[in-house]
Design a protein around this ligand. Sequence first.
Ligand code: ADP
Ligand code: MG
Length: 749
Amino acid sequence: MWGCKKIIYICAIQHTNNITAMATLRFQALKETLNRKPVEVEEKERRSELFGRNVFTESVMRQFLTKEAYQSVREANATGKKIDRTIADHISTGMKEWAISKGATHYTHWFQPLTGTTAEKHDAFFETIGDGLAIEKFGGGQLVQQEPDASSFPHGGIRNTFEARGYTAWDPTSPAFIYGTTLCIPSVFVSYTGDALDFKTPLLRALHAIDEAATDVAKYFDKNVNKVQATLGWEQEYFLIDSALASSRPDIQLAGRTLLGHSPAKGQQLDDHYFGSIPPRVLSFMRELEKECMILGVPVKTRHNEVAPNQFELAPIFEEANLAVDHNSLLMDIMQRIAERHNFTVLFHEKPFAGINGSGKHNNWSLSTDTGVNLLGPGSTPMKNLQFLTFFINTIKAVHDHEELLRATIASASNDHRLGANEAPPAIISTFIGSQLTEVLDELEKVTDGKLSPQEKTELKLNVVGKIPEILLDNTDRNRTSSFAFTGNKFEFRAVGSTANCAQPMTVLNSIVAKQLKEFKKEVDSLTKGKKMKKDDAIFNVLREYIKDSKNIRFEGDGYSEEWEKEAAKRGLSNNRNTPEALQAMVTEENIKLFEDLNVMNRVEVEARHEIELEEYIMRIQIESRILGDIARNHVIPTAIRYQNILIKNVRGLKEIFENDFKTHSKEQVEIIKEISSHIETINSEITQMIEARKQANKLEDAEEKAFAYCNKVKPYFESIRYHCDKLELLIDDEIWPLTKYRELLFTR
Ligand code: ADP
Ligand code: MG
């Protein structure tokens, strides 16, 4: 293929002196794309038969583990009980036998460092035993703990170089799986001092906190509840671009998004992509992806076209939150690999193209008991309704009290483009609950203080009971503009970005709800103490106060509107539009205490994360600024000058032919020449200023100050430089334009 590229490149150079290497690549990529056929995907077996084939599931465990070993994994799963080292040896032996029977040759601890991707270091089972002999070995020690040379992962100052060791440790609550020929063991990643260096560790701690807090409250309604699990169903949005087209653009290659490019005449105005028929090449990709997901036990269920051209979505059946987070990370990795086979590049970026929709990752969240009840399911009996209302109202209260922290958890350089842009939830956090539940809460609020009279109680129950079950039937009043919406039997956190690791929002959401439920229990218990008040009355009374206290976070209108911004400001809700601003909430004394009280993160861990997020923000903007400067100065300006020279030559020729009359005949050409000069001038001087701003920012020692400088002093140049480059795109001869255009990226199939 490369040979063919080279020939065309040479031909193109011979054809015209004006064409640049980049423009040649563009045309070659277009040609390649137009010639592509869907890659064949075989599907001989039913998906249900494939499901979990490469996962160390309970039934596989029963087959490959001793009874004792199997019991111990189950217990670790249910109660978090530590697995004994000698038993770990049995488990590893069984796991190894199973993995080898499936063709695995290597094993790895599979973890999620704070880089946002997954990490793995493969080791072979193979070991020599002297005498020229070798065996397959995998001991309990290797299963339980490893010490990867991890000094290059972000740690935010947690890991001093003198103790640069990091440990990965097996997380038995997420089953091992075989990917390719490698046995992957989901693991946490911690420092020598035990501080979390990954996304999973705080998540597991937060899930433990919500389990404790929610179980205690659920027991008010059903004594048989012993465990509450947070559930997560994510929806992954993404763009698929032909890989040749994607690699013809340095910005997509290096930043995962376009930094310039004029909007095509047609974008998504006609809404003809959403839920439309899936293009054949994409369908092939999806089928292979889904097959792989089935084998790995990721229960993907839904696929469809999204709003923007070449934008798609994939969603699984919800799972326990820790497993769902692992599955999303795994999915993102698989997607890239399978896309390669189909000559696609997956763009997970929140805003790869200006002017059309960006991508999010809605996090659908709920709580479910070991008795099989969804605590956010409205139910049908009064007792269950009160239980529903309890969890429902406590969640709203938690979001109300910690909206800024929730906003911080979804902050990133890439999500900044999406939040507050036209199609995405605003940077303001609010909850939408629909008209029926609003009425129910209004009703509850009216209850008089203190003890409920029998009549009030009956009325209230009748009213509440009469209304709640309908929600399930009528989901139509969903509000797509809300950042945190109740959708029938779960909350949907919509502001999460498509590149995010769900562990972050899930850690915070579960932590704040856990804290809230603990407070709720304390208040109810103090009212019922010494039989002062009946339990039901106490619950109603506390809930009523919460409804009043958290009213400000509830908003049923258009979250995209300017009026809402004004209204939200009046209500005192935060509107942190950029990452450095939003991140400040992470490290307030109040929030550090929240994490510490719940044992989710200690001060060092919180501060380290804050530092890492700021560093990442700085680097992203710095990289984009460099790419933009490079493309604009080394590709756009030279192309503009080439075209300008063609025009100048043309004007000179006209002069030769028309002599005195030449001005009338060359008037338009001269106009274009002038216009080009003016764009070149602005672009070049703004790049100089942007570089200077970068230099000034780089001098700052403090990460937060530096992040603010990149945000407020460097980033503002992006838009203007882009504007002038995009204007040149419209002026200059298409034949020499070096950058694959939006129309070509989004509509070539
Ligand atoms: P949409 O938001 O696109 O209309 P759906 O209403 O179909 O989508 O829901 C999408 C997601 O909600 C799916 O990922 C699904 O697994 C998840 N979901 C459904 N019930 C729950 C629950 N109890 N807990 C967590 N997620 C859930
Ligand atoms: Mg959704």
